[in-house]
Design a protein around this ligand. Structure first.
Ligand SMILES: [Zn+2]
Length: 218
């Protein structure tokens, strides 16, 4: 234990910008170590772990929150811009989508336009995140946000139903990912949605609307 304390002190001397005092109180650490030596306990190491781990966790959480928030914004903006892009033949070819103009009825045109706009939003928000192994939760959070306090989540109007949009972004975030990671993310979404449901975010008739088999490994 004493060597850990010494290492922290040494690191403080070695690094020109000594920021360890922001993370660890050396006085607290010293007292804990002295107590540990006397009582054969492990409080010093636990304290160190708590200081550094909680900071790491905070940093990781912060990174996730910022990334999801930004990717959600890109998804929304590019959905709207996507409504214009998807009318252009060349863009459709480049993005590998079929324009809503190819549909016959007005209703089908509108649905297809929304699907394309979501697809374009997704493509650009993925590009913005730029990490293929990362579960880009931005688009799914946008669709969930739209669903809160909404009725008729499962009904299609001249827009695809919220349930359809949710399932479509969900299958896209699972696309090409490691099956074990998918299971983990499914669990996470389950917990999150269960919590939202318990908070009364959705009407009774839309209970469990978010449950589906996407990404389920048998
Ligand atoms: Zn739209």
């Amino acid at each position: 234990m004493v060597w850990l304390y010494t290492v922290v002190l040494l690191l403080e001397d070695i690094t020109s910008v000594a920021d360890f005092r922001d993370i660890v109180s050396l006085n607290t650490l010293k007292n804990k170590f002295l107590k540990d030596i006397k009582n054969d306990t492990d409080e010093g190491a636990a304290y160190l772990q708590e200081c550094f781990l909680s900071l790491d966790t905070k940093k990781a959480l912060n990174t996730f929150v910022i990334t999801f928030y930004e990717s959600a914004l890109v998804f929304i903006m590019m959905h709207e811009i996507g409504h214009i892009l998807e009318l252009d033949d060349q863009t459709c070819e480049e993005l590998n989508i079929i324009s809503s103009q190819s549909e016959v009825s007005l209703q089908e045109k509108k649905i297809k336009a929304e699907e394309n706009a979501d697809l374009i939003g997704h493509i650009y928000s993925n590009e913005y995140v730029g990490e293929p192994n990362f579960f880009n939760m931005g688009p799914i959070l946008v669709v969930l946000a739209i669903s809160i306090n909404r009725s008729a989540i499962q009904i299609q109007t001249d827009h695809p139903s919220i349930k359809n949009r949710y399932e479509s972004v969900e299958s896209k975030i699972f696309d090409g990912k490691n099956p074990m990671d998918i299971i983990h993310t499914r669990k996470l979404l389950y917990k999150m949605n269960r919590e939202l449901q318990n908070e009364g975010c959705w009407n009774d008739e839309d209970k469990n609307w978010w449950m589906n088999m996407i990404g389920k490994v048998e």
